[in-house]
Structure formats: C-alpha cells, structure tokens
Ligand binder design. Structure first.
Ligand code: GLY
Ligand code: MN
Ligand code: MN
Length: 500
C-alpha cells in the first residue's frame, strides 16, 4: 500500500517534532512545527515499514498516535532528555548503553529487557545501542546521539526486525544517528570534547556491551579504560534517579493500568485457588491473566509460596503442592510499557481463614493500612519513617498476639524494609535515599510482613506462618492513591470470593 506524505505523515513516518530550536520544550505541543528530518517528499510503503518494536504505524492496537512506547509520547521522551540536559553542567555528556540480550545457554535467550535508564531517555527497545546526550555551552540546547544496529535483511530474517539508523532519527528523534558498528570512530571525539562524562558504564554489566563495540570497531581503540582515561567521569545514576523518582501523568497512567489489571487478576486467582493443587498452576493463571488482560509481561519472577515456603522471602521455585489448611503468599505483578506494579497478598488455600490465620492477617492488615494512609505529601513521611512506624505497630500487634519480642525478635519476624520506590524498575531509582521526604506523584510500595519460623520460641499456633500484604501506591498531596486496590484485601473480602 502506497501512502502519500504528508497526509500519511502522521500515520506512516511518525512526524517527529523537530526540536532544532530547543526552546521547544517551552512550547505547547500544538505550537511545534511538525516535519520529518528527511523532508516530506516520497511515498512510503506501509508494507515496507518494519521496526524493532511496536509503533503506532505498525501496531495501532498497542501504541496510540503520538506515542513512542505504550502510554508515553515522543514529546515526553524529548522533555526527559531536556530535563537531564538541564541537570548536566555545560560541556558535558551523558553516555548510556542499551542492555545486552542475555542468554540462558547456547543460543537460547531470555525475553529482552531494556536498561531502564536507556529506555527512560530514548524509548528505544533494542540491544546493541548507545545514546549520548551532549550539552554544549547553552543552558537549553543539547544534541541527542543515538547509535543503533543498522537494517540488515539477513540478520533480521533470523532475529526479527530492527528499527535501523534512519528510524533512530525519524522515529526516535536523534539529532545525530549512527551505525553502532562505527561507534569507535565517532565516540572518541565526542568524549574528548567533553569536560565531564556522566555514565554508569563500568558499573555492573554495562561494561561488556560497550567494550565489545569499542574494541571491535575501526579505528581500533583500547577499550573503555583508554577512552575515558583523560575524561572526568561521574556516575549518571544519581541524576537519573532524580528524574525518575517523580512520575509524570503519563507514567502514572501506565502504573495505574498495570496496577488495576494486576490487582484484578489477583482477585480472580484468589477466587480460583481452592481448585489449584500446585503453586505452578496458580503462577500460570496469573501470568496468563496479566498478558491476556492487556499487560506486556510479568514484572518479575513471582513468589508463589504455599505454607512454610512463605518463610523464604525470595522463594521463586514455585514448584510445590498446595495443601488444604495452609495459606499461600503470592508476590507478583504485571508490567505495562515498562512500568511495573508490585503486589503481595496472602490467602487461605481453601478459601476460609482459620482463627490464628485471621488473627495474624488482621493485625498485619492494620499495620499495612496505617502506613498506606500516610502516603501523602502532607504527612511529611520518608520511606524510612514509614518503616519505623511499621515496626512500632508490628511490635505492639505481635505482642498483643502473645509474641515475646526480646532479643531482636522483631528483626527475626520482619527482616525487610516496609517499602521501596517503583516505576520502570521494581526497586526503582536504586540508590535514591530513603530519607528523602515523599512527594506528590512519587510511587512506592507498602509491604509489611511477618514470617514466623517453626521454632519453639514463638506461639505454637503461629509457627510456620509467613504473611505479607503489599500494595503499590501513589503519593498524593493530601490523599493516597492505591494503584492496586482491585486486589481483594480484607479477610472478609477474600472469604466472600469462595463459591463465586
Ligand atoms: N516483589 C519484590 C518486592 O516486593 O520487593
Ligand atoms: Mn515490593
Ligand atoms: Mn513484591
């Protein structure tokens, strides 16, 4: 099908806002001149359009017009880069590398997951790519370089479509796009021209992908160490955390969607639980529910822990039988457009709480709800102060249930923190201080838990019980927004599901 540009421009080539005059971010979207970098000349064959990720033009059932990734517009990606550029000192660059494809063994790879900082700034969802945000002497101008895999018919026959270098400009709005295979001849000049290099390369797995390209390209350079030898290098992560910890409306909508669907899938799984005989069946239903209800994938390997398996916080084997009379602890969530949700519920496998189960569950729920109710900017909380409140309340709740908490008893029963930031990562903005005041539109979890070892130290009827209740929450100014409130929570709500 041939379509005529410019009438098909929006539909065919993603008319990109051309941000040459950078104060564009000060304009409203409708004030931006729309045109492609290639001009508006030719006809484009829709059948020829193949990209390395869903775009509106090829997958209108997934991506809305104007969006680059689910729920996030091309313009928002520009704003993010501009916001980072504002934080950079003059004559500096931010250097980011896409996540590698990871292999289970041999040629068998894992589902691809982009590096969250790279994704946050580019929306580009392929491996083997490098992004540079280059800030010169102007406060507002920056140059966005994007090096990607070139189109390659033979490789694409095996590995699926790539977006290619032209799309790096036309679709992803790079000012300068290049073939990743030539990066060794381009990047040294960019790095040498910068007074300051902000990067997380060299921290963790990022080093490998980057070195592969630097060492494999022409002219040959001696890898990262030599290249950055004369540069002043700082960690990029803290600047990225400052951006990512505060969510935009579009990000919040992604998180609302992920939360609402995941919560509803939990409720349905609770209803069906008496019919499951294994943890794996429950897992399969959750994964099916997330994807079939419109989410992209599971946010993380879930914990589906029947009985005493719940005492292991990161129990992910999920290969046991479920036993009548036990509870099952499920920590799971779906992901949408890269944004995750994080939920835990613990419920009785047969649909009815025993007396000790109900007592412990009710106590834990009260603690969780009292912390959730403080997730407001006007409550002046931090993650750490919420943790201390959870500890205090758990202490008195457990004592009321007959627990002797001398000798660090509470640390044994509640060994983890009450919450963490969430967003593109499950533990989002890693390293961002838990002592910072929580602000409107930040998103966190509240997840107190009690894990009672099967040990004579503890009251008999609670031994071997592991419970956690976790919701994903948006900090409101004066009001809390629970993103996962479609997941049944009170003991009565859970019991009412039986037989429905
Ligand atoms: N699901 C991981 C966590 O709750 O932190
Ligand atoms: Mn969590
Ligand atoms: Mn969790």
């Amino acid at each position: 099908m041939k379509r005529n540009i410019p009438s098909a421009l929006r539909a065919a080539l993603r008319p990109v806002p051309r941000f040459r005059s950078r104060p564009a971010f000060a304009q409203e979207p409708w004030q931006i001149q729309w045109q492609t970098r290639r001009g508006m000349a030719e006809l484009v064959s829709a059948a020829d359009m193949q990209f390395g990720q869903p775009l509106h033009e090829t997958h209108p059932h997934i991506i809305k017009p104007g969006d680059l990734t689910p729920g996030i517009s091309a313009l928002e990606y520009h704003h993010r880069r501009a916001n980072l550029a504002r934080k950079l000192p003059k004559n500096s660059i931010a250097l980011l590398v896409a996540a590698d494809t990871k292999y289970r063994s041999g040629a068998v790879f894992y589902e691809y997951h982009q590096d969250p900082n790279f994704f946050y700034l580019t929306g580009f969802n392929e491996p083997d790519a490098v992004a540079v945000i280059e800030k010169g002497t102007s406060e507002v101008e920056y140059t966005f370089h994007l090096f990607v895999r070139p189109k390659d018919q033979k490789a694409e026959l095996w590995d699926g479509a790539r977006s290619g270098v032209q799309a790096a400009q036309d679709v992803f709005n790079a000012d300068e796009a290049g073939d990743i295979n030539n990066i060794a001849s381009v990047l040294p000049d960019i790095i040498q021209g910068a007074k300051q290099v902000y990067t997380d390369i060299g921290y963790g797995p990022r080093k490998n992908a980057f070195q592969r390209f630097m060492e494999g390209g022409e002219p040959k350079v001696d890898g990262l160490a030599k290249l950055l030898q004369n540069a002043s290098v700082k960690q990029l992560r803290p600047l990225m955390n400052e951006l990512r910890v505060n969510k935009s409306e579009a990000e919040l909508d992604c998180m609302r969607f992920a939360g609402a669907i995941s919560g509803a899938v939990f409720t349905e799984a609770m209803r069906r639980t008496p019919s499951y005989t294994t943890e794996k069946q429950l897992w399969a239903d959750l994964a099916y529910g997330f994807k079939s209800q419109g989410l992209d994938t599971e946010a993380y390997v879930p914990v589906i822990a029947g009985g005493q398996n719940a005492l292991s916080i990161h129990y992910v084997r999920n290969d046991d039988r479920l036993h009548e009379g036990d509870m099952v602890l499920v920590d799971a969530g779906g992901e949408y457009g890269g944004y995750i949700t994080d939920i835990t519920r613990t419920w009785p496998i047969n649909g009815r709480f025993s007396k000790p189960q109900r007592d412990m569950y009710g106590m834990l729920l009260k603690v969780q709800q009292s912390c959730v109710s403080l997730c407001r900017e006007d409550a002046d909380m931090t993650l750490d102060s919420l943790h201390r409140i959870a500890e205090q309340n758990l202490r008195s709740g457990l004592q009321d249930l007959g627990f002797d908490l001398r000798n660090n008893g509470l640390d044994v029963l509640f060994p983890h923190h009450v919450g963490h930031y969430i967003g593109l990562d499950v533990h989002d903005a890693p390293g961002y201080p838990r002592t910072d005041k929580l602000k409107e539109n930040q998103c966190i979890t509240i997840e107190p838990g009690v894990y009672v070892p099967d040990d004579e130290r503890w009251p008999k009827h609670f031994r071997g019980m592991g419970m956690r209740t976790e919701d994903s929450v948006r900090i409101g100014k004066e009001k809390v927004e629970v993103l996962t409130d479609t997941a049944a929570k009170t003991a009565d709500e859970i019991e009412e599901l039986k037989g429905k």
